[in-house]
Design a protein around this ligand. Structure first.
Ligand SMILES: [Fe+2]
Length: 235
């Protein structure tokens, strides 16, 4: 299997390129628009044909490369059913299969960070978007976020997976690339709580600043803007 994890320095976003092998079909999760050429080069070097692109949720801190990649490669744009994106080709519900050749991802509706947040399980690993981060969890204070929903998504769904399951998030701000369910369950400070109320208490008192690009990014990601419609120098 080909599994490439790429990092965007500006937004600390992880993007994943997945394929069963050289010369085969590929899928990308959470691309950043500014890095489109980089992804296209990786695909070209491995002789991969991009067929599907997924965003785990509507991002507030960067503009997604979903539409730009689709424009360039004709790949299908995929998100979960609660997404407000206006440009999707395939909309998945909870517990649906997304396939490329012999690779299968299972969609898992994990609201809380936003009301459109999905995670995607692929064999021994899960792409958690911003629902579960390494040593942290996604904020719940905008985009219809809800700390009780987040608690349920974490404790009733994601943390029920086998402890050795690898965790690949959409962001990391400390240089960590992946974790495991067991490690997060035991060491993630946000997860050492006994109830949804206790979790909400933590999440409602984070007092975080809004991401710099929030207004531009959310609106661009809903409309599925491409590079020719954006003046990135002005952002
Ligand atoms: Fe997010």
């Amino acid at each position: 299997m080909i599994f490439e994890q790429l990092f965007d320095n500006k937004s600390s976003t992880y993007t994943y390129i997945i394929s069963s092998g050289k010369g085969r079909e590929a899928l990308i999760i959470d691309p950043v628009i500014e890095n489109t050429d980089k992804y296209i080069n990786v695909l070209k070097n491995l002789d991969l044909k991009l067929v599907k692109v997924i965003d785990t949720h509507i991002h507030a801190d960067h503009i997604s490369g979903l539409n730009e990649l689709s424009k360039k490669t004709k790949c299908s744009k995929i998100m979960g059913e609660n997404s407000s994106s206006e440009v999707l080709d395939i909309i998945v519900k909870d517990n649906e299969k997304i396939k490329i050749e012999n690779i299968e991802l299972i969609s898992m509706y994990t609201p809380g960070h936003t009301d459109c947040s999905y995670s995607f399980l692929m064999n021994d690993r899960i792409f958690t978007g911003d629902t579960l981060l390494i040593n942290s969890t996604g904020r719940t204070d905008f985009q219809n976020g809800n700390s009780h929903d987040a608690y349920n998504s974490l404790f009733d769904k994601i943390l029920k997976l086998p402890e050795k399951t690898l965790v690949y998030p959409a962001h990391d701000y400390n240089g960590k690339k992946y974790s495991t369910i067991g490690n997060e369950k035991n060491n993630n400070p946000r997860l050492q709580v006994k109830s949804a109320e206790e979790y909400a208490e933590i999440m409602n008192n984070l007092n975080l600043e809004n991401p710099e690009m929030i207004d531009i990014a959310i609106s661009a990601n809903k409309k599925g803007l491409t590079l020719d419609k954006l003046n990135l120098n002005k952002l």
